[in-house]
Design a protein around this ligand. Structure first.
Ligand code: HEC
Ligand code: HEC
Length: 343
């Protein structure tokens, strides 16, 4: 009886503490592709209409690339594509077919009759994905299926209501057939996660603008800005990533000075406020069984997930207590270290 009371009290305290931290901490807007907090009057993407078939684009409609007919190339790629082809929703350019096994139809083309855009559009044919979407290569098939179910049921949402592409991901998850989700899960699970992020400690970073769906692009005609307590992540080859969807060009994560070492300590010991990450994610953070690998994933994706799980927008009975007492500064340190690990 007594132990039960203590347990209940402990749980209440934890909830209370979590509530406190929810109220007091400013969200890491930069991890969601924003440079400032949500304000009343801001445009928010509505949820995808669940009944519309085919469903409309639920991510923000980006400005269409010019129909100029100009073919572009990428280093070492045999084929060339126009920007319109590179962005074709139901069969985007596959620049390096030699980098991956043949794609199932749902990955390569999606299903146009339902409005489902190709997985390869957002996650790339090699599953590495862009920072504003996420990587899916090398995750276990059953973890991928679990996440599709979580998007579908609403158990996994984004803590930032502006993040429209997560709403589209959820709608994709709702509409996939069993056959399609298994084919996609097995395909992405068969790929290996490759090094994708270079982590650099610094005080100043290039000024950035965000593309419609949250990719930060460096601005060369503006003076650099102070990094402060943030992570600013940009493509290593901005034009190739943004205009051509180059699946071999990774990201550059600018992190505060000293954050990698602080993150290493927190990952190793839990610092008295969380559990050592390796206990579950494996000593090298490359994942164990159905627990996903986190080493070398993009820093903004890592912070977004940790914040989403801390806020309960992404429900995770396992990661909720792990993140409950972490502050945004801890998330920055964790992501700086974890992103810098060899996958
Ligand atoms: C319109 C872009 C878009 C398309 C198309 C898309 N996704 Fe996603 N996907 C996302 C976004 C955005 C996220 C979540 C990022 C976040 O939570 O911050 C995501 C996340 C995921 C995750 C979770 C990864 C993890 O590590 O937990 C899986 C699995 C996934 N997608 C599978 C798929 C599959 C399979 C398809 C094709 C059937 C697909 N996606 C199509 C945008 C897309
Ligand atoms: C007790 C086991 C456990 C510990 C300890 C743990 N994790 Fe996790 N983590 C999980 C599981 C399980 C998932 C998958 C999500 C789910 O099933 O709810 C996950 C998911 C994640 C994800 C999302 C990955 C993705 O693909 O979207 C991140 C990021 C993450 N953990 C980071 C960490 C960090 C950083 C630490 C250390 C501070 C840590 N985890 C400690 C079990 C754990």
């Amino acid at each position: 009886m007594k132990t039960l009371a203590i347990l209940v009290l402990g749980a209440l305290l934890l909830v209370f503490q979590q509530q406190l931290s929810r109220d007091q901490q400013a969200a890491p807007d930069w991890a969601y592709g924003y440079q400032r907090a949500l304000r009343p009057g801001d445009v928010i993407a509505p949820p995808c209409p669940e009944t519309a078939r085919p469903f409309p684009d639920c991510a923000y409609a980006a400005t269409l690339p010019p129909r100029d007919g100009i073919k572009h190339t990428l280093p070492g790629a045999a084929a060339s594509f126009t920007r319109v082809e590179a962005y074709y929703d139901f069969g985007p350019a596959d620049w390096y077919p030699e980098d991956h096994p043949p794609m199932p139809d749902i990955v390569a083309h999606g299903r146009e009759s339902a409005g489902i855009r190709a997985c390869a559009l957002c996650h790339f044919p090699n599953g590495q994905g862009k920072m504003e979407n996420g990587g899916v290569a090398g995750l276990s098939a059953s973890y991928i299926l679990q996440q599709i179910e979580a998007f579908k049921s609403g158990a996994r949402r984004s803590a930032d209501p502006r993040k429209a592409n997560v709403k589209e991901m959820a709608q994709v998850a709702r509409l996939l057939t069993d056959e399609e989700k298994h084919a996609a899960a097995e395909y992405f699970a068969s790929l290996r996660w490759r090094p994708w992020v270079k982590v650099v400690e610094t005080d100043t970073v290039p000024a950035v603008r965000a593309t419609t769906n949250g990719l930060f692009m460096p601005l060369t005609d503006r003076p650099p800005m102070a990094l402060g307590a943030r992570i600013i992540e940009v493509p290593q080859r901005p034009r190739d990533t943004d205009e051509l969807r180059d699946p071999r060009a990774g990201f550059l994560a600018y992190v505060p000075r000293g954050s990698i070492a602080k993150g290493a300590a927190l990952v190793a010991t839990g610092g008295g406020k969380t559990l050592p990450c390796g206990t579950c994610h494996g000593a090298d953070l490359r994942g164990v069984g159905d627990i996903p690998g986190i080493a070398g994933r993009t820093a903004s994706y890592l912070v977004r997930q940790l914040w989403d799980m801390k806020q309960g927008a992404r429900q995770s009975p396992v990661m909720a207590p792990v993140t409950a007492r972490l502050e945004v500064s801890d998330l920055i340190n964790l992501a700086a270290f974890v992103a810098s690990r060899e996958p």
